[in-house]
Design a protein around this ligand. Sequence first.
Ligand SMILES: *Cc1c(COP(=O)(O)O)cnc(C)c1O
Length: 479
Amino acid sequence: MVKDLNLTETEMRDLGYRVVDTLVTHFNELPQKKPVALGTRKEMDFLFLEEAPQGATQVNDVLDFVVKNVFTNTNLVTHPKSYAFVPGPSNYVSVMADTLATGFNTFSGGWNASPAASELEIVTINWLLKMFGLPPKKGGGLFTSGGSVANLTALVTARNKMCGEDFSKARIYLSDQAHSSNVKAIRIMGLKKEQIRIIPTDSEYRFSVNKLKNAIARDRLEGYVPFCVIASAGTTNTGTVDPLQEIAIICKEEKIWFHIDAAYGGAAILSQQGKKLLKGIQKADSITVDPHKWFYQPYEMGCLLVRDHSWLKNTFIEKPEYLRDIEGNESEINFYDMGMQLTRRFRALKLFMSIKTFGLDAFAKAITYNIELAEIVERLLRESSRWEVISSASLAIINFRYNPISLELSEKEIDELNQHIASKVTESREAILATTILNGQVVLRMCLINPRTTIDDVKETLLQCESFASLKLENVFSV
Ligand SMILES: *Cc1c(COP(=O)(O)O)cnc(C)c1O
């Protein structure tokens, strides 16, 4: 054995314990930390740029260097004041599960390589199928790196099933609020821009069903082949759920594949409110969910669920001669036949271990807490004459802007003021807060899916926003 790539047993234990200590300290000290990293390329080059070293360094020194310089220069998306984009609350059990999966370097591609890993993927996919009301026996799915790859896998499957080899006349429909990864996926699939139909949303950012119907009818008249509609169950901007039941009816009548991108909102199905909002999701042909968002899993973990597992296999199976010894029988699923990846990490383990440890009730409680927190924040904002709610709390997302009624600011001034607030908060590093654009207005957006976030955290951030706004307004009015 070559010694050079190995540590002694003592060194291995020591390194492992130090890594665990670092992580536990990180989680415990989160509230005292500032979540924003502001490094420029120049500063990062200064810290890290070097030639690959020819010689060795003590692993403890390498770890010290990394803890000191790397994780102090990355955003802390698990932080209670991480509100922007979609935070990644994560959970410690899954962190350890990922460590185990990596430690054993389990190959989660084929049944023969690791029957238990394949079985756990089958089991956890079944849990999810049941949650979303897809047929447990016939249905199937797989874990992916994230929602983007789950969407791509879904749309390739839809195209294969609905169009076969010739998709030159194919048309696909999605709303202007659908996640950008869908258009990215469609482009990767080789569809042209004009084959993508972006349908405007209504005043509540929901897929406009009439406009969808009209677009499909017009395309049919012109000889095109409508093959897929993508609805969102929780848009990333506003947490809005498209009218799933109505779209399901259209898809059924028109014999069109119904894909639901529930990467953001899917987990809400575990809560009472979410269950109501997501009504109709069980009618989908395919559903994307993203366990590394609201199922509190660490990166990377996306998931695609389909109504009929044979659709995936029919789309992706290739039988190269070097895999002939491990084909197995029908019931022993090779997940490399179900999607793009051959070598796959063992993602199912973290979902399995965390759900076993905490139980679904704990997940449901946390998700309900998140949804209600956003509703409390909405009430707070509505009670104030300085804040304006732009989109109501929906699936733990709320959009609002600073706009004191008494000042009668112009739209341009309000936009600038809110952009200024977000920049100043970022500069202070106290909270990860960003703007988005709704109806042409610059708004502040909070995505409150972290169970560590308290109402006091949000109040503190709002107060901070108000003080930055006041300072700015004083300056403007004194000039
Ligand atoms: C986050 C998100 C995606 C993309 O998922 P990744 O895991 O970031 O690849 C797709 N759709 C929606 C609605 C999302 O919120």
